[in-house]
Design a protein around this ligand. Sequence first.
Ligand code: S3P
Length: 436
Amino acid sequence: MSSLTFRPAPAVAGTVAVPPDKSITHRAFLLAAISDRSVVVENPLASEDTAATLAAVAAMGAGVDGDVGTGRVVVAGRGLRGLTPPPVIDCMNAGTLMRLAAGILVGQPPGGVTVLDGDESLRRRPMARIADPLVAMGAAVSPAPGGTPPLAVHPGRPLHGTTHDLAIASAQVKSAILLAALSAEGETWVREPVPSRDHTERMLRAAGVDVRERDGMVGVAGPVRGISLPDILVPGDFSSAAFAIVLGVLRGDPGVRVTGVNLNPGRTGLLAVLRRMGADVRVEPGPDVAGEPAGDVVARCGGMLQATEVTADEVPAMVDEIPLVGLLGALAAGTTVVSGAAELRVKESDRIRAVVGLLRAVGADAEERDDGFVVRGQMTLAGGEVDSGGDHRLAMLGALAGIVSAAGVTVHGMEAAAVSYPGFVGDMATLGAVSG
Ligand code: S3P
């Protein structure tokens, strides 16, 4: 386990191009595998999560040329129902891989069973939320007792369309259902309480699928004969950019520019929250990338932030950025409250408990609620020692807390950042937030 101390930096400035988008990279590999053609994925995210997906795609029989570290991977698709699933797929830490792969596997021809497994963290995450809707479509999918991985999937059962009312907005669950719908007889519809990110829908449309919208639902009429995914250039990840943006808001002088970031509105909810808090953030839109809005974000320190309230309707578009709201709240005037975010308890860690624990460890006044947290803002953060608990976003939150603290923060388990942002410390150094 690696420990790193992040010392206070009074001012940061510069330009960074954050790593490619994790959600889009997972989808590009998985959809390429079931495509009728060979797909070039340009600028995939090089991380442990996406390497797991590429390995899974190869294990399912797709041709793979290159690896995530080479900046360009060619995936030779085997067609919508042409994969040869292996007995076991190790999804490592990647919930997106496990959930989307289940949706693809149920549509494959009969023969054998595939067990989707993962690391200790993934083994604690809820999978009944995908097993139940897939079973309702006729699939044979069974999690372990308690509804967690390993998840056994028996491909080849006849699937039929149904309407799914999701209790919780989830792009992973929605995507698993839509991918199964490609091989289901009739119409499949998904309704979410609040729309989640729509990368899968955009990519399926680009691949020639008629993804429909009706009465606040999204749907597909199946079975679809095949999909033809075009080559994909992966844009920068907003969730990674969020760390540089928040640092820019707290310490950016003259400012921090993040280039080439995916600006899908299902991802950028943090920007509205930042503006509400009085932050100086500007978006400079550029050309679309991979059928998604993209551009630069410029953030600078513009004085004292005001506390805010984040409620359930805002959570899906910033689900991975909520930990950063805790840090912002700790340095804002007033009391910041996050509610309707119980979903955070079943991410890579219990992120409500972990965020509150981390904030307290560095001197903030924070408290857990069942579905969120309360942070009473103060002028400074003392600093201290924190543990990532193996959660990448917590490791980076600890680092940021150190950079904006009075005495610095030592983060144990900093290596977890590699799950989504292997170049995090280097990018912080580029901005002058980390020296030596
Ligand atoms: C993801 C969706 C989100 C997010 C996760 C990646 C995706 O989860 O937290 O990091 O790629 O679809 P849910 O939408 O399932 O909550």
